[in-house]
Write a protein that binds this ligand. Structure first.
Ligand code: E4P
Length: 217
């Protein structure tokens, strides 16, 4: 499973990238707003040091303008994945951009039928939002499972990018089902390394080592 950081916080992305934990980055207009930075400037900076796909989202709702925005964002670099919303205009834009050899991430997916349409439109990634479905008492993980089954039934190569991940359990479940990618806030990626028995065991080992009076270096 690939790990993407769902943020436009450059320092947090650098930290995870330097630790070898990152396969890519996703941004959206809300994350850009939160960063307080210029959209193209911050995405250009991120795409300059992250090797994997960096998603940059269009904001137009009509096909023609969305396509123009996508082509403009694509100029930033070969690792830019153009994010388009799961609307008919977004799917049309996805078809054109993927036909031009661009990576396309179809976002705001909340049903299996929407995911089926995105795959037919040639999407590189489909982004089902787990947390936002859970927020309204629906089952986000069931959607990941349904999409996995449907894509496998027909051999679609569109990668399932589990999005709107809020907890470490979301990551485990999405991995168990076979989502190709999980995009999550940097804090969730860091939490994946935590376990109380690891902390406790390390404390014991270090205390016992101290008693030996030895040094490695
Ligand atoms: C995905 O690409 C989105 O940026 C993201 O995962 C949305 O997450 P949220 O529901 O926590 O805002």
């Amino acid at each position: 499973m690939k790990f993407f950081a769902d943020t436009a916080d450059v320092d947090a992305i650098r930290e995870l990238n330097d630790a070898g934990l990152l396969d890519g980055v996703t941004t959206n207009p809300s994350l850009i707003m939160k960063s307080g930075r210029d959209f193209k400037e911050v995405v250009t900076e991120i795409a300059g040091f992250v090797e994997g796909p960096v998603s940059a989202e269009t904001v137009a709702t009509d096909h023609e303008t969305m396509l123009a925005e996508g082509r403009e964002l694509a100029k930033i670099g070969d690792n830019i994945a153009i994010k388009v919303p799961l609307t008919l205009d977004g799917l049309k834009t996805c078809k054109v951009l993927s036909g031009e050899g661009r990576m396309v991430n179809v976002t705001l997916c909340f049903s299996a039928n929407q995911a089926l349409l995105a795959a037919k439109a040639g999407a590189t990634f489909i982004s089902p939002f787990i947390g936002r479905l859970d927020d309204i008492n629906l089952d986000g993980m069931e959607l990941i499972s349904d999409i996995r089954t449907i894509y496998d039934n027909y051999g679609f190569e569109t990668q399932i990018l589990a999005a709107s991940i809020r907890t470490v359990n979301h990551v485990t479940e999405a991995a168990r089902i076979g989502a190709d990618v999980a995009t999550m806030p940097p804090e969730v990626i860091k939490k994946l390394a935590e376990h109380p028995l690891t902390t406790k065991g390390l404390d014991t080992f270090l205390a016992d080592w101290e008693k030996t009076g030895q040094k490695i270096l």
